[in-house]
Design a protein around this ligand. Sequence first.
Ligand code: HEC
Length: 101
Amino acid sequence: MKFNNLRTGEKILFGIFALMLVFAGISFVMMEIYRSRLNHPMYEITTQFDFTPEGKVGSELFRTKGCTDCHRAVRNGTNHGVVLDGIGSRRTLDYLISFLR
Ligand code: HEC
């Protein structure tokens, strides 16, 4: 392949682009090697899905009473409003009850 027909600016531009591709490739391979050597999940799992019977009722209400129109929790709903994952750890029960009232 001949590059003589390219202008200097084009050579620099494509050169930078090629370098970025090479860098992305190397980064990807390095990350995959690093990840394959970890013996724990790469990201801490902060959301728990093990519902009590009472929690299952709450989850059902959350999905059927229109809360998911604006909120998201446990992979249900939209990103429009406040994400409610972990809300029970950030707020007290009294706060939530009076807020919802
Ligand atoms: C029309 C959109 C909409 C719907 C429907 C909706 N919410 Fe909200 N919700 C919001 C918005 C916006 C806020 C943030 C308001 C604020 O902080 O003052 C909020 C805040 C909250 C908060 C407080 C979060 C905090 O940290 O203070 C809780 C809890 C909550 N919503 C629960 C629910 C539940 C349960 C339902 C279903 C019964 C519901 N929401 C339905 C829009 C909505």
